[in-house]
Design a protein. Structure first.
Length: 231
């Protein structure tokens, strides 16, 4: 197994320790020698794993002592935070909280995009919506999700804020499987097409408040469908 794979495996098992309560925020990590023995790796691999954990905000360096575990709320890697959250609060609650985060970002982005979008952007959204319709008729869930994500990407790229994608893309990757699970339900596809059409109509008005309201309504419908059909 390559060193990178060993590092990721080690990190995953340390996150399992967090879930199980064997590692507690504010307490130091086990010594390098102890970790090396436990995982049957050399200290270089342990140090690489700890550096990666530091970069993700999961642990912090403490001068003169071993690195300590940070509270989950201070972690900057959303995938690691989700792994722990799903075990601690359950998949249902973590899915709802992810959707709440998505609502915060996308509603604001939609308001900004309303006054910045050009006709080419709107036409692209119309094509993605047509793609969703065609995929729904063909019962092609994967294609449906691809067009769904592309529809929203146009909004994110048109809002004029270069930091939005930096924040949203890691979340997008985590949400893709959840979108696929939800979109397997025909009623969910029908609702999604309806709400996407309403968002597009609102964006055509160039009214920021209408656009934000349409996106908020879309997120509300998504949450209702998630609870009813998946969770």
């Amino acid at each position: 197994m390559g060193r990178e794979s060993l590092v990721d495996q080690l990190i995953s098992e340390l996150l399992d320790d967090v879930v199980a309560g064997r590692l507690v925020p504010g307490e130091p990590l086990p010594a390098e020698a102890e970790l090396a023995t436990r995982f049957d790796v050399n200290r270089l691999t342990i140090r690489e794993a700890i550096r990666k954990l530091q970069a993700q905000g999961i642990v912090r360096t403490v001068p003169g002592r071993r690195s300590e575990l940070n509270p989950v709320g201070r972690w900057t890697d959303i995938g690691a935070a989700l792994q722990v959250a799903e075990e601690q609060i359950g998949r249902a609650d973590s899915s709802i909280q992810l959707l709440q985060l998505r609502r915060m970002i996308e509603t604001g982005a939609c308001a900004l995009a309303a006054t910045r979008m050009g006709s080419d952007d709107l036409d692209q959204m119309e094509r993605e919506l047509d793609g969703m319709r065609a995929a729904s008729v063909a019962n092609d869930v994967e294609a449906f999700v691809v067009h769904d994500i592309a529809f929203h990407d146009v909004i994110l790229d048109s809002c004029g804020n270069r930091f939005v994608r930096t924040l949203f893309d890691p979340l997008q990757a985590l949400l893709k499987q959840r979108r696929t699970d939800t979109s397997r339900v025909p009623a969910v596809q029908e609702h999604a097409i309806e709400m996407h059409n309403a968002v597009l109509d609102a964006l055509r008005t160039q009214d920021a408040d209408l656009a934000a309201a349409a996106m908020a309504a879309h997120m509300d419908q998504t949450e209702r469908d998630l609870i009813r059909y998946v969770l």
